[in-house]
Design a binder for this molecule. Structure first.
Ligand code: SAM
Length: 263
């Protein structure tokens, strides 16, 4: 079994506001100072703890953020046939338990460029998904083999020049009328920007607005993408959360998702 604590450096919370601290996880730097593709290999064992500390101000856990996304996807796809799901950039498998809860009958494939993350995911959730390494360009998956493709907080870690071609890859593996749902941090929300700027594993992140993501969906062949803004209230204001359903249009939520069907 994967034991996260066994891999934790001391005083991990102290890392959060000091990204230059010498105890930062080592990073793989390629030519021209650009990080190599699998930068998450270097922080995979600390990923959950770093994430938890970074979002502490929200009063919620990484599991809260993982679950709301899958609950939203389940609501969006209610009544549709969803028996094959791809979690693109699945990392250490944060979404796996919630896919199992909300889509208990569906097959789940998790892909990522980080082998270490996938290994951790597989040891946390044995037998609950298939974990496959991805070269960052061509998915090792057949055309039209998924009903639903999902990605959570992945695209801001990918060079923007590659977004459209990767969205085309996701389009290729979706069946006709299948859905693509991409969740991202909203760069128009100041608290989100602060969290990203102080998060060690977001050091190289380049956020993307929902409008730009929509334009990239269209360029990749998805005709009618829809934006939904999410996460307006921290835990301390949770009583106000029922209002969020009426705020989906307001570009101030901490996160958003763009969803579209393949024609
Ligand atoms: C912030 S983590 C999110 C992980 C997971 N989706 C979650 O919600 O916890 C970003 C993930 O994207 C992965 N990633 C980065 N570039 C990628 C690429 N080109 N293709 C697929 N995954 C990628 C990283 O390895 C990392 O696991």
């Amino acid at each position: 079994m994967y034991d996260e604590k066994a891999h934790l450096p001391d005083g991990i919370a102290g890392l959060i506001l000091k990204s230059s601290t010498p105890t930062m996880p080592q990073r793989v730097v390629g030519r021209n100072g650009v990080l190599a593709g699998a930068e998450f290999d270097n922080i995979a064992h600390e990923y959950r703890s770093l994430h938890a500390a970074n979002i502490k101000i929200s009063g919620e856990s990484p599991e809260y953020f993982a679950e709301y996304k899958i609950r939203d996807v389940a609501a969006l796809t209610a009544g549709e046939k969803v028996s094959r799901i791809l979690d693109f950039g699945a990392g250490i498998g944060a979404s796996v338990p919630y896919f199992r809860r909300y889509f208990p009958e569906a097959g789940l494939t998790c892909v990522d460029v980080s082998k270490v993350s996938l290994n951790i995911g597989e040891s946390r959730f044995p037998g609950q998904a298939t974990f496959q390494l991805f070269d960052g360009r061509t998915l090792p998956l057949s055309d039209e083999s998924f009903d639903l493709v999902f990605a959570a907080c992945v695209f801001h870690h990918i060079d923007h020049a590659e977004h459209v071609s990767l969205l085309q890859e996701l389009h290729r593996v979706l069946r006709p009328r299948g859905r693509l749902v991409i969740f991202e941090h909203n760069p128009l929300n100041p608290l989100t920007v602060h969290a990203v700027n102080t998060c060690p594993f977001d050091e190289n992140a380049k956020l993307v607005t929902a409008r730009v993501m929509c334009a990239r969906f269209k360029a990749a062949g998805f005709p009618n993408p829809i934006i939904t803004y999410r996460i307006f209230f921290p835990h301390i204001l949770e009583k106000l959360r029922p209002l969020e359903a009426h705020l989906a249009w307001l570009p101030l939520g901490a996160q958003y998702f763009v969803a579209a069907k393949k024609s």
